[in-house]
Write a protein that binds this ligand. Structure first.
Ligand code: GLC
Length: 653
């Protein structure tokens, strides 16, 4: 959009920076800068308009963009053009992701490069490497406490190793996802170190306070994120003789985005990794980016403005690069991270679908889909050109983030229901096959979350211990059922390393003083390449899980209805054990695949009439894409085995 005030500011800035660019090479940059500058100026003014030095700060930002564009290599610029042309490229059903810790998965980046054929065999073409930037060897929150944003952690390699890996991935048509921890740094980061040595400039990069007064005001309304291991949101720093805001662990210092210097630094860092070959940048903990006394300091409007600014800047330099929002917040809040008040993605194109994830675990425990059916509808529609990251497990805990109202609507008492779910997964109960561990238990308000690998939570650990063949089968069926949903729901399915082999909980973290207070380590095991070999032996659990997932992934990739063009309808069915939705092929605009899942560990049936009245399955038979079987629709009912699912398409399609 052209608007005179911002345009004249841009003219001034470019005039000042003339010496730093040459027109020819910058043609595309300037077209994009011109297109986005109105928004950049507007957002910047909303955030920092009260400052006298706003123009100087804006000039610095533009300078940072010029520098980043100059550093972007030609191949990446070509990729940007290609993606601009094919701007819906990431909505395709062909994407299937995998998240892994480099060290635990393959020791280092070179090792990871060597294991790419394994991922390819499974059908993976998007690899999220958990944080690999330099961080202290001791207090690092699994890499989420960064001490140097431009250097790969020497424990896994060098920046050159990452470039090699990025190159190898590009050759295989696989996407690279890297983390940028935008909300906080390690207390060992150079900025925090300078702050500790008394440098006021860097103290302003953080929220620091001499007295308890303001921290106490903040504390009134801020929840505790790690109540057990890091209670409270402020830490006394004796070197500075100040309190510093530390929402997560006490060594993770929250960055102060009220200071534009922080924003400009972070934009440069994001672009640095975009230029190192990241196709997608995962922005960590985005809900926390703006703090305001009297609020929970999450999901503030300004956090959205910051993300919009980051996106606008990234579009100028590297328009082919996408953002993932890691915002594990209420359904009504999460969709705002695609872009508040927008039609197309304006902040992050991709967001974690934590609500679906938690609801799936609820269904496994209750063996019905009552809450899933109710609460899934509370997720607002998302924008065009955005997509979910659908997952069953990740490196974090499972929080029961669905709303009390939905629980009550499903006929449960919210407090009792949450208690039941926590107990089911972490209580080592006789009636439950799950072997999880509690995380983030808050004695003050009774909250708790769940840790554990998919296989252990789904019952495989207990079943193997008891050598119970039937229970082993059920846990494998549960693992496959959960994946059948994330592979078909609409969005990018993100598998978690080790789940493809049914890796069990790893309790070795309890012997490590640095990890034992954080039970999330129970589900961050070392990859078992010895077990991976067993995927080739028919009948082993590894083969049953790996090969079934592999087959489903192959089917997903060729089923156009599974692309994510907001083409899904949740279908109400009378049987509470079943979850049903239809997926439309965008071009045909009619139901082309029906996904039907039985969460019960007993057989169930579905009256076909219910579906037929809604226009589904009106023919004589349908094909189950998942098995290749043709299903006769001549009976009144469709039968389900325990934990069975269908991907039904009409035989004629
Ligand atoms: C994100 C990460 C989590 C980490 C937290 C603090 O939520 O996923 O692992 O502990 O941020 O960085």
């Amino acid at each position: 959009m052209y608007e005179q005030i911002s345009h004249s500011v841009l003219n001034d800035i470019l005039d000042e920076l003339k010496a730093e660019y040459q027109h020819d090479e910058f043609q595309h940059f300037f077209i994009r800068l011109g297109a986005n500058f109105y928004a950049i100026h507007d957002l910047f003014s909303q955030l920092y308009g009260h400052r006298e030095d706003i123009k100087a700060q804006l000039t610095k930002l533009v300078k940072a963009l010029i520098a980043a564009y100059q550093a972007r290599n030609n191949d990446l610029k070509q990729l940007d053009f290609a993606r601009e042309k094919d701007h819906n490229w990431f909505l395709s059903q062909s994407l299937v992701g995998y998240a892994l810790y480099c060290k635990e998965f393959a020791n280092d980046l070179t090792g990871l490069r060597k294991q790419l054929p394994y991922l390819e065999e499974l059908g993976i073409n998007l690899v999220h490497i958990m944080p690999i930037l330099d961080c202290p060897t001791t207090e690092n929150d699994g890499g989420y406490a960064v001490s140097d944003y431009q250097k790969i952690n020497p424990q896994v390699g060098t920046n050159d190793d990452l470039s090699d890996l990025s190159e190898a991935l590009k050759q295989k048509n696989m996407l690279l996802v890297l983390d940028v921890v935008v909300n906080h740094t390690s207390n060992q980061h150079a900025w925090a170190q300078a702050a500790q040595q008394g440098d006021k400039k860097y103290q302003d990069y953080y929220y620091t306070f001499e007295k308890r007064e303001i921290p106490d005001q903040y504390e009134q309304s801020m929840p505790e994120i790690f109540p057990e291991q890091a209670p409270g949101n402020f830490t006394w720093n004796p070197e500075m003789e100040k309190w510093v805001m530390t929402v997560f662990n006490d060594y993770q210092w929250d960055l102060n985005y009220q200071n534009p210097a922080v924003l400009i630094e972070m934009v440069s860092i994001i672009l640095f990794w975009a230029n190192m070959g990241a196709d997608i940048v995962r922005l960590d903990a985005v809900a926390f980016l703006w703090k305001k006394i009297g609020t929970q300091c999450q999901n503030e409007h300004e956090a959205h403005l910051i993300l919009q600014l980051m996106k606008d800047c990234c579009q100028v330099v590297a328009p082919g690069v996408l953002f993932i929002a890691e915002a594990i917040v209420a359904p009504v809040e999460v969709t705002k991270y695609f872009g508040e008040d927008a039609i197309n993605a304006k902040e992050c194109e991709i967001a974690y679908n934590a609500t679906l994830m938690a609801l799936l675990w609820d269904s496994v425990a209750t063996k019905n889909a009552k809450l899933l059916n109710n609460a899934i509808k509370s997720i607002p529609d998302k924008l065009e050109r955005t997509t979910w990251l659908n997952y069953v497990r990740c490196h974090d805990d499972i929080g029961l983030g669905f709303e009390d109202a939905s629980i009550a609507e499903s006929g449960y008492d919210p407090v009792m229901h949450r208690k039941f779910i926590i107990d089911y997964y972490t209580g080592n109960q006789e009636y439950s096959p799950a072997r999880g561990v509690a995380f983030g238990v808050n004695e003050k308000n009774g909250d708790a979350r769940i840790a554990g690998t998919l296989a252990s939570l789904a019952g495989l650990e207990k079943a193997l211990e008891q050598n119970d063949t039937q229970a082993i089968g059920q846990s494998i069926d549960t693992i496959i059922l959960l994946h059948s949903v994330i592979l078909s729901f609409g969005g990018i399915p993100l598998l978690y390393y080790g789940d493809d082999l049914g890796l069990l909980n790893d309790r070795s973290y309890l012997d490590d003083d640095l990890k034992k207070h954080d039970s999330r380590w129970v589900h961050r095991p070392t990859m078992r390449w010895d077990l991976a070999e067993k995927r080739n032996t028919i009948g082993t659990t590894q083969s049953r899980i790996f090969n079934h997932l592999k087959a489903l992934i192959t089917i997903r990739k060729t089923t156009r209805a599974f692309a994510d063009y907001n083409t899904r309808t949740i279908i109400d069915v009378d049987n509470p054990h079943l979850f049903a939705f239809s997926r439309f092929d965008r071009l045909k605009r009619r139901a082309s695949v029906l996904v039907l899942c039985n969460f019960d560990n007993k057989p169930q049936t579905l009256q076909l009439q219910q579906l037929q009245e809604q226009g589904y399955l009106t023919g004589h038979h349908a094909k189950d894409l998942a098995t290749g079987n043709t299903i006769a629709l001549t009976d009144d009912c469709l039968s389900f085995k325990p934990l069975q699912f269908y991907w039904l398409t009409y035989a004629s399609v």
